[in-house]
Design a protein around this ligand. Structure first.
Ligand SMILES: Nc1ncnc2c1ncn2[C@@H]1O[C@H](COP(=O)(O)OS(=O)(=O)O)[C@@H](OP(=O)(O)O)[C@H]1O
Ligand SMILES: Nc1ncnc2c1ncn2[C@@H]1O[C@H](COP(=O)(O)OP(=O)(O)O)[C@@H](O)[C@H]1O
Length: 420
């Protein structure tokens, strides 16, 4: 059996095999996971802050004694999981490394505790943001024999790594830079201890950080008191000015609510303005090009929306605007898309086109509602299938009470307020 890992699961697997999670050597059993939730310890009483679990969707049923080959997202095998328990959809068991992880940037910085071999008395800092001038001053005066700078990076955090590396180059004391897969920041103390650090420093969100973010968002110059020229140059890539950040405009609503009409109008206006790349991912077009063959079952709808989310997040990663207009009836799946987009450094604006069902049905542009009422189309959203109205929409538009132009203008106004 095989299982391709990505994101948090791959990060956990790497840390389990590198010794960064010692004494844990495998994905947690039910007893361990429940003890963590109830007492903050493993089942044997060892303090442990967070679950390290593997959702086991292998397509087959893996049972105790089975071996599952875990691979990276490109399919290269990384570990063999000897299953000790299959509980509530999770696979537990120890990992045997197959091949060193060969996936991702900065491989040379992804060193294990044994490779770093930190001397006694060292301290660690969790560099989950770039090191500003203040940070460098305070870290440099530390009496640690060596400073371990740990950059948490699972997916596409290269700009953060580059920015931290620029800061570390300015430290005068001895420092080691490592890139660690850290899916859950509460595990940072465990990881630091396993690297041999006597304690962990967490960076705070100081006034200087807030000021730096404001200057960066506005595209303004960063003074040396805030960050050195080299760090500032990298910072500009971590935090591009707002008007150049990846953006996903995600419309959701019933069939016939007006998603495509308003989305197309927004795209046209953005093209007229120029200056940004705009990618339209319309529901119908996606169904034809990316998701042909998928049904309207919950599982297939979720898959369809995840595919849209993946493409939109890639567009955002490269600083573009993606405009999506599927029904996307499920809140949990929309939340996944939001997470994918923010994980790619972009922002998602959720637009709920809330036109009432009666109006959509009266419009019945494609004659589908009539067919759905006649029972000819099963699982039709709003008729015989659910639509979970968002509670986290950035904008709600009811096209039964506003004109097409007013709806388009409302979206553009929201966009402009987010780009400043
Ligand atoms: N059973 C059922 N339920 C809902 N919609 C249906 C169904 N069967 C076909 N259609 C047509 O497919 C379009 C919706 O596809 P989406 O990909 O946006 O749906 S979903 O987000 O995956 O739920 C939707 O297009 P829009 O009208 O543009 O929303 C419909 O025309
Ligand atoms: N104010 C409005 N905004 C958007 N569409 C409207 C409006 N009033 C009427 N319509 C019509 O409603 C229909 C909406 O269809 P469409 O945009 O394809 O919806 P969806 O993509 O949500 O299925 C179109 O025929 C459109 O002309």
């Amino acid at each position: 059996m095989r299982l391709a890992l990505q994101g948090a699961a791959l990060g956990h697997a790497e840390s389990l095999m590198s010794g960064a999670y010692a004494p844990l050597t495998g994905f947690m059993s039910r007893a361990d996971a429940f003890a963590v939730a109830a007492n903050g310890t493993l089942a044997d009483g060892t303090p442990w802050p967070a679950p390290v679990t593997l959702a086991g969707d292998t397509g087959d049923t893996a049972d105790a004694g089975d071996q599952v080959e875990l691979s990276d997202p490109e399919g290269a095998p990384v570990a063999l999981l000897t299953v000790t328990e299959h509980w509530d959809g999770f696979l537990a068991g120890p990992l045997t490394p197959l091949r060193p992880v060969s996936y991702g940037a900065f491989l040379s910085l992804r060193r294990t505790p044994a490779e770093v071999a930190l001397p006694a008395g060292s301290i660690a800092v969790l560099a989950d943001r770039p090191l500003l001038t203040d940070d460098l001053l305070s870290l440099d005066t530390s009496e640690a024999s060596r400073l371990l700078v740990m950059v948490p990076a699972i997916d596409g955090q290269e700009a953060l790594v580059r920015a931290v590396r620029a800061g570390v180059a300015e430290l005068t004391g001895p420092a080691e830079l490592v890139v660690i897969p850290l899916p859950d920041p509460t595990l940072a103390e465990v990881v630091a201890r396993n690297y041999g650090a006597a304690r962990l420093i967490r960076l705070r969100r100081t006034e200087t950080v807030v000021t730096a973010e404001k200057l960066l968002a506005a595209g303004a110059r960063i003074p040396a008191e805030i960050a050195s020229a080299a760090v500032a140059e990298q910072l500009r890539q971590v935090h591009p000015p707002k008007d150049r950040r990846g953006l996903v405009i995600f419309f959701t609503g019933l069939s016939g609510s007006g998603k495509s009409t308003v989305a197309r109008g927004v795209v046209d206006r953005l093209h007229e303005r120029g200056g940004r790349t705009v990618t339209m991912l319309d529901g119908d077009v996606v169904r034809r090009m990316l998701s042909q063959g998928l049904t309207f079952s919950r599982a297939d709808r979720d898959l369809n929306i995840r595919r849209i989310g993946f493409v939109a997040a890639e567009v955002a990663r490269h600083g573009g605007i993606a405009v999506c207009a599927p029904i996307a009836p499920y809140a949990a799946t929309r939340a996944e898309v939001r997470a994918m987009v923010t994980g790619a450094g972009g922002e998602l604006l959720l637009i709920h086109v809330s036109t009432p069902l009666e109006v959509c049905e009266a419009r019945d542009r494609k004659g589908l509602y009539a067919k759905a009422r006649a029972g000819l189309i099963p699982e039709f959203t709003g008729i015989s299938d659910p639509y979970e109205a968002p509670t986290d929409a950035n904008l709600t538009l009811d096209t039964s009470t506003m004109s097409e132009q007013a709806a388009i203008t409302a979206v553009l106004t929201l966009l402009d307020s987010h780009s400043q």
